[in-house]
Design a protein around this ligand. Structure first.
Ligand code: ZN
Length: 167
């Protein structure tokens, strides 16, 4: 199974609203497996399909000891509010505080094609919401205050401009 290259901030596919998956085919299952592998290699807690260039409503999560695929995911309930530092594999090395609902109830289709319901809080709830944002073309920068966004963007640009160490 191949590792897939992760698209970084600025890639247009990250701003696309992803299309629903009509059927969980062998091809979809293979994509899910490759996404798990890519997420693990990048040491992320989640990965959305458009981050590897496929604008489909598929994401994987590995948080708080639970590992699952979300195909056509939907948040059906959300409550509370929590602010925590968040990162994104498409915006490497930038961490910023993002406020989101603390608890969510997720409905999604699994890799086996079966629809399931999952209650989550903490990091798991945050990862679920972050990945569903990706499927809607939303990045964590969009969830920040203008002031936070300015700082985070400046940090990101600085990191991008840092020349590689001479060989
Ligand atoms: Zn992300």
């Amino acid at each position: 199974m191949p590792l897939l290259p992760i698209h970084l901030l600025g890639s247009p596919v990250l701003r696309e609203a992803s299309a629903p998956v009509a059927e969980v085919t062998e091809e979809v299952r293979r994509l899910v497996d490759d996404m798990f592998e890519t997420m693990d290699a990048a040491e992320g807690v989640g990965l959305a399909a458009n981050q590897i260039g496929q604008a489909l409503r598929i994401a994987v999560v590995d948080a708080d000891g639970e590992r699952f695929a979300m195909i056509n995911p939907m948040i059906v309930e959300a409550s509370g509010k929590a602010s925590e530092e968040e990162g994104c594999l498409s915006i490497p090395e930038v961490y910023a505080e993002v406020t989101r609902p603390e608890r969510v109830v997720l409905e999604a289709t699994g890799r086996d094609g079966v629809r399931y319901r999952l209650e989550a809080d903490g990091l798991k709830a945050r990862a679920i919401q972050h990945e569903i944002d990706h499927l809607n073309g939303v990045l964590m920068f969009d969830r920040m205050t203008p002031e936070q966004r300015k700082l985070a963007m400046a940090e990101y640009r600085k990191l991008q401009e840092t020349p590689a160490a001479p060989a």
